[in-house]
Ligand binder design. Structure first.
Ligand code: APR
Ligand code: ZN
Ligand code: ZN
Length: 361
C-alpha cells in the first residue's frame, strides 16, 4: 500500500520550501523504498528551488542521504529489506557506450525509479537528482542504493552520496593524485575540503588549500592541508608556485566553479600537470585563455562529474576507511537539523557558515 510521509517540497521558483505530505508508492520492479535516516543539505537543492536546474516544479528536495531499505520490488537482487544503504545518483545502466567500454563511472544513461511520488492531490513530484530524500521515506531505483557497513553513522555516511564524494573523487579518481604529488585545492567548502581529504588519502606530499575565508582554511588545515593561502590577501598563482619550488602543483582542483578561479587553477599548475574542475559553473560563464598556453603547458584539463565515482566500488571502500578512523567524514557534519529547518540551512549555506547541515530523522 502506498504510504504517506512528510517531505520538503519546493513548489515554485524562489519560494521558501515547506514540509508537505507526500505519497510514496510501493516499489515496483527494480525499485526500492528506503526509510531515510539522514540527508545533507547541498547547493544543488538550493539550485532546484531557485529554478536553476529546470522548471519541473514541484521538487522533492534532498539527495545526500543514507537509510535502511524498507521494501523492494520484483527482480531486485542487489539489496534487501534491512540493508543500510547510501543513496547515489549514478545507478549505472550496464548498456550505454560508456558502460560497454568498461567505464561505468561515466554511464550516460543512469536510472531512477519509474513510478512517481506525488502530493496528496496526485501532483507528480520531481525528486532532486532522482532521489528526493528530505522525506521520511523515498522511492528510488534499487541501483541507487549502495550497501555499506551498517555500523557507520548515517549523517556522515550520507554525505558520500554527493558533495563529499565529488571532492574526494576529484582528487583520487579524476585527478589521479598519487604518492608524493603536490596538490592545490581552490575553494575549500564541503567539496574542496573533501578534495583535501582525498589528496591526503592518495598520499599527496604537499596539499595547498586556497580560499578567501580564513575559517575554511582553518578547517582545511585540520583535514590535512599542509599549507594555506588566503587569495584575498595573496596572489594564489604566485603563492602556489612559491610553495612548489617555483613550478606549480602537479594537480590543481578547482572547487568553486568560476572563471577567475579556473584561470588561477590553470596557471597554478606545473607543466604537464592536471587541472580538475569539480566546481559547477553557470551557463553565462566564459573563459579566455591563450591557446598557446593550453598547448605549451601540456598536461590535462579535466572535469569531474560526481567525482567520477562508481558508487558500488567507492562507497563501501570509503565507509571502511571511515570506520577505521582513516577518513574523517564527521568533520563535514557541521550541524544536524530537523526536517523543518532546511530553509534556514539554505540561508546558513549561503553565508558560508557550514560545510554541511544534515537533516536527521
Ligand atoms: N577564491 C577562492 N575561494 C572562493 C572564491 C574565490 N574567488 N569564491 C568562493 N570561494 C570559496 C568559499 O569561501 C567557500 O569556502 O569556495 C568555497 C565554496 O564552498 P561552498 O559554498 O561550501 O560550496 P561546496 O558545497 O563546496 O561546492 C563548491 O562544487 O559541486 C560544486 O555546485 C558546487 O559549484 C559548487 C562547488
Ligand atoms: Zn551506462
Ligand atoms: Zn549534491
Amino acid at each position: 500500500m502506498a504510504q504517506q510521509v512528510q517531505g520538503v517540497v519546493a513548489r515554485a521558483k524562489g519560494e521558501p520550501v515547506a514540509i508537505e505530505t507526500i505519497v510514496v508508492p510501493d516499489p515496483g520492479p527494480g525499485e526500492a523504498v528506503v526509510r531515510v535516516q539522514a540527508c545533507g543539505v547541498c547547493h544543488t537543492d538550493l539550485h532546484y528551488r531557485e529554478g536553476g536546474i529546470n522548471d519541473d516544479f514541484p521538487f522533492l528536495l534532498g539527495h545526500e542521504a543514507a537509510g535502511v531499505v524498507e521494501s523492494v520490488g520484483d527482480g531486485v537482487t542487489e539489496v534487501a529489506p534491512g540493508d543500510f544503504v547510501i543513496l547515489n545518483w549514478r545507478a549505472v545502466c550496464g548498456q550505454c557506450r560508456a558502460c560497454l567500454r568498461g567505464r561505468p563511472q561515466y554511464c550516460f544513461d543512469t536510472h531512477n525509479a519509474k513510478q512517481k511520488m506525488t502530493l496528496l492531490d496526485g501532483t507528480e513530484l520531481s525528486p532532486a537528482l532522482g532521489i528526493g530524500a528530505f522525506a521520511e521515506k523515498t522511492l528510488v531505483a534499487a541501483g541507487q542504493c549502495t550497501k555499506v557497513d551498517p555500523a557507520a553513522s548515517p549523517a556522515a555516511a550520507g554525505l558520500l552520496g554527493c558533495g563529499v564524494m565529488a571532492g574526494i573523487g576529484a582528487a583520487i579518481n579524476t585527478g589521479n593524485v598519487g604518492r608524493g604529488d603536490s596538490v592545490a585545492v581552490i575553494g575549500c567548502g564541503g567539496v574542496g575540503n573533501a578534495a583535501v581529504v582525498g589528496a591526503r588519502l592518495a598520499g599527496a606530499a604537499k596539499i595547498i588549500a586556497v580560499d578567501i575565508d580564513d575559517k575554511k582554511l582553518e578547517t582545511a588545515k585540520g583535514l590535512g592541508a599542509t599549507h594555506t593561502v588566503n587569495s584575498r590577501s595573496a596572489d594564489p598563482i604566485e603563492a602556489v608556485r612559491e610553495l612548489t619550488g617555483g613550478h606549480g602543483a602537479d594537480v590543481v582542483i578547482e572547487a568553486v566553479g568560476r572563471p577567475e578561479t579556473y584561470e588561477q587553477a590553470f596557471y597554478a599548475r606545473d607543466l604537464a600537470g592536471t587541472v580538475v574542475l569539480v566546481g559547477v559553473p553557470t551557463p553565462d560563464m566564459r573563459i579566455d585563455l591563450p591557446l598557446l598556453d593550453v598547448f605549451g603547458r601540456g598536461g590535462a584539463l579535466k572535469s569531474s562529474w560526481y567525482g567520477d565515482c562508481l558508487p558500488s566500488r567507492d562507497f563501501p571502500m570509503l565507509i571502511d576507511l571511515y570506520q577505521q578512523g582513516r577518513l574523517d567524514l564527521d568533520a563535514f557534519v557541521t550541524e544536524t537539523i530537523a526536517l523543518a529547518d532546511v530553509e534556514k540551512a539554505f540561508e546558513r549555506m549561503h553565508h558560508g557558515d557550514v560545510l554541511r547541515s544534515v537533516v536527521v530523522f
